[in-house]
Design a protein around this ligand. Structure first.
Ligand SMILES: *[C@@H]1O[C@H](CO)[C@@H](O)[C@H](O)[C@H]1NC(C)=O
Ligand SMILES: *[C@@H]1O[C@H](CO)[C@@H](O)[C@H](O)[C@H]1NC(C)=O
Ligand SMILES: *[C@@H]1O[C@H](CO)[C@@H](O)[C@H](O)[C@H]1NC(C)=O
Length: 630
């Protein structure tokens, strides 16, 4: 009896088991089929929050928000700097929907220059000094340094200053010692001549080394004389003390003779340009002659020459050209217009007496005479070393109205007829392909905007803040009127203070006119020329497709929509706010990108504002009127 029963039991159990197995495997099959069916087309990538749930329930309401950091708001943008910045969604760290999570600002090491203020100077000389100082400060700032102008005030603060006069040194040497005393008073960093500029790409190895601000030994540079030194405070202090004790002091010509050569380590000045009188006579004699004839005019020419070299080196660094990012190109011609205009300004050849000359440290540059920089408008961001990208990110609501060609969009339209996060999907297609969700796209975009690699190769704006109110006005300029004069052809419509900010980003003044060569202002190439022009770039055929130019009427519509959308973004109107909120919740990744870019831009502007504020009390800055030496 028992065996039979037992056998039945075994059979039943086996049947049950295999049925179970079959069931589970088939259901697994179904599940994976379902997954296949869903993934490729539309990725529901972002957790779709229910629109009716108030935002405070998105996180635990009991958690404290991180404290507000110093100087971390500007207009509507606010941010929180943290190492976790590559988080796809800022609010998971800041616990605040409006506060963007940004990378901490990179530490800027000091570079000092010294201005001999003991000499009496007239107004014109002061003015040229100021222009040259601006060139110097802007160039070092753009390479990640904190440029500070020292004067006799700092030298006098050094205890050894009183010992200088009695030594009876020649005036030139005394000035050099004052310079070193001022440096020693400040401490670790670089000491650069006013005609000594960083002249290479941001990530050049020497500049990277100097930015680390750690020096095993006092450093000077081969062939630069007193052009540039680097050192730490203790090294500078002891070198000065040593030199001042030397009995032969008054017989020395320069400080490099006075300081024991064994104290110096000598490096090659690969990426440093020094425009001293020797190199001027040898390589730029036109300018050297001009200085002899009329120092004021001559030094102004020299300033223009230095600026043109900074610009050329920038153009050479981005040898594949400038890309003006244009995702969803069907309706975004008006939207990218300002970026395109900025790109055209950057592609201009700088004005100078010596248009085919190269910087002292780069005799083999390619001057901007034969070939101009290429400007293209790809749909997707391309991550290449030799490309510079200018991009404008639209708010999701702006993009929806542009796409629909009307501002009369409804909630139902947004939810039924629009795909989520279309802009970021298109913008990151080249780096991520098609199969990734919103969070990874946001991370890639943040990397492209704000990593060291990214931020030195691109400039991002939000459409609605590019620059305050200009985006629309440029596009609106295009609207045909009955006037004969259509739009400003020569002068840029960008406001001057906004351009100045951009100058500091690049390290040289962006040209203010686009037609210095008698060419017409619309150098957007035709599609055929485009494809040819793209050779040599890691090209993605899709990315370089150029849609047919929109008709004037269509552009007119776009411009008006941009204007309306911008008002909506800041509107207090209940209905408009609701529409904006729906657009935002529907496009969380696009929104995160927009907020990130808005805050990142505001942060860099703020960084410089704070710096200028600190420096305005001292000499050489824009605030110099209240300063100590003019
Ligand atoms: C930065 O913060 C300081 C102190 O909070 C403040 O005095 C200063 O005005 C701020 N600077 C800017 C540019 O907002
Ligand atoms: C705008 O949205 C409406 C409503 O969904 C739709 O019928 C219309 O075709 C859209 N227009 C365009 C140009 O996409
Ligand atoms: C671009 O390339 C650099 C270096 O190859 C890399 O570090 C960076 O993460 C890339 N950025 C993106 C957005 O893919």
């Amino acid at each position: 009896m028992p065996p039979t029963n037992f056998r039945t039991l075994v059979i039943v159990a086996a049947a049950a088991l295999s049925a179970l197995f079959l069931l589970s495997s088939s259901s697994r099959q179904v599940a994976s089929n379902a997954a296949h069916a869903v993934t490729p087309a539309k990725l529901p990538s972002i957790p779709s929050f229910d629109l009716d749930v108030p935002s405070k329930f998105h996180w635990h309401s009991s958690a404290h928000k991180p404290p507000v950091q110093k100087n971390s708001t500007s207009g509507e943008a606010s941010w929180y700097s943290d190492w976790r910045w590559l988080n796809p969604f800022s609010s998971s760290v800041t616990l605040d929907e409006d506060r963007a999570l940004l990378p901490p600002l990179a530490e800027r090491p000091y570079v000092y220059t010294y201005l001999d203020t003991t000499l009496k100077r007239d107004k014109a000389t002061e003015q040229v000094d100021k222009e040259i100082i601006t060139t110097w400060r802007r160039a070092w700032w753009a390479k990640g340094f904190k440029p500070v102008v020292l004067t006799q005030a700092e030298a006098m603060a050094h205890p050894l200053y009183r010992d200088l006069r009695p030594k009876g040194m020649p005036h030139a040497l005394e000035v050099e010692f004052s310079r070193w005393l001022a440096w020693s008073h400040m401490g670790t960093g670089l000491l650069a001549d006013i005609y000594c500029l960083p002249m290479d790409a941001y990530e050049d190895p020497l500049l990277t080394h100097l930015r680390r601000n750690q020096f095993a030994q006092l450093t000077r540079f081969d062939g630069l004389g007193s052009g540039l030194f680097a050192g730490e405070k203790a090294q500078i202090d002891s070198a000065v003390k040593d030199a001042l004790k030397d009995a032969r002091l008054s017989s020395f010509k320069s400080i490099t003779d006075a300081v024991k050569s064994s104290l110096f380590r000598v490096e090659q000045p690969t990426s440093i340009a020094y425009y001293d009188s020797g190199i001027l006579e040898k390589r730029y004699s036109t300018v050297a002659d001009a200085i002899l004839k009329d120092p004021i005019k001559g030094r102004r020419d020299l300033n223009t020459l230095m600026i043109s070299h900074l610009h050329i080196v920038w153009q050479n660094t981005f040898s594949s050209g400038i890309e003006v990012l244009k995702p969803l190109p069907a309706h975004t011609t008006a939207l990218v217009e300002p970026s395109l205009h900025l790109a055209q300004l950057l592609a201009e050849c700088p004005e100078t007496l010596l248009p085919s000359s190269c910087p002292p440290n780069k005799p083999k540059c390619s001057p901007c005479v034969g070939s101009r920089m290429r400007i293209t408008q790809p749909e997707a961001f391309r991550n290449a070393t030799s490309l510079y990208t200018i991009a404008t990110v639209p708010h999701p609501y702006t993009m929806i109205t542009l796409d629909n060609q009307t501002s009369e969009v409804t909630i139902a339209h947004i939810r039924r007829n629009t795909d989520r996060d279309r802009w970021i999907h298109s913008a990151t297609r080249d780096v991520l392909g098609d199969g990734r969700g919103g969070p990874s796209r946001v991370i890639a975009l943040k990397d492209a905007v704000a990593s060291e690699f990214g931020r030195t190769r691109s400039l991002w704006f939000t459409v609605e803040h590019f620059p305050p109110n200009i985006a629309v006005d440029i596009a609106a300029d295009k609207v045909p009127t009955n006037d004969v004069e259509e739009r400003p052809v020569e002068k840029t419509p960008f406001p001057e203070n906004w351009l100045e900010e951009i100058d500091w980003h690049f390290g040289f003044p962006v040209p203010r006119t686009t037609v210095s060569h008698g060419e017409s202002m619309n150098p957007v190439p035709l599609p055929e020329r485009w494809q040819k022009g793209q050779q040599g770039i890691p090209a993605d055929k899709k990315g370089s497709y150029d849609p047919p130019d929109p008709t004037e009427n269509q552009q007119n519509v776009e411009a008006q929509l941009l204007k309306k959308a911008r008002n909506t973004i800041n509107s207090m109107d209940k209905h408009l706010r609701l529409m904006r909120d729906v657009a935002e919740k529907w496009n969380l990744a696009d929104l995160e990108a927009w907020r990130f870019v808005r805050a990142f831009r505001a942060q860099s502007v703020m960084e410089r504002e704070v710096f200028e504020e600190e420096e305005s009390a001292y000499s050489g800055t824009n605030g110099a009127r209240k300063g100590r030496w003019w």
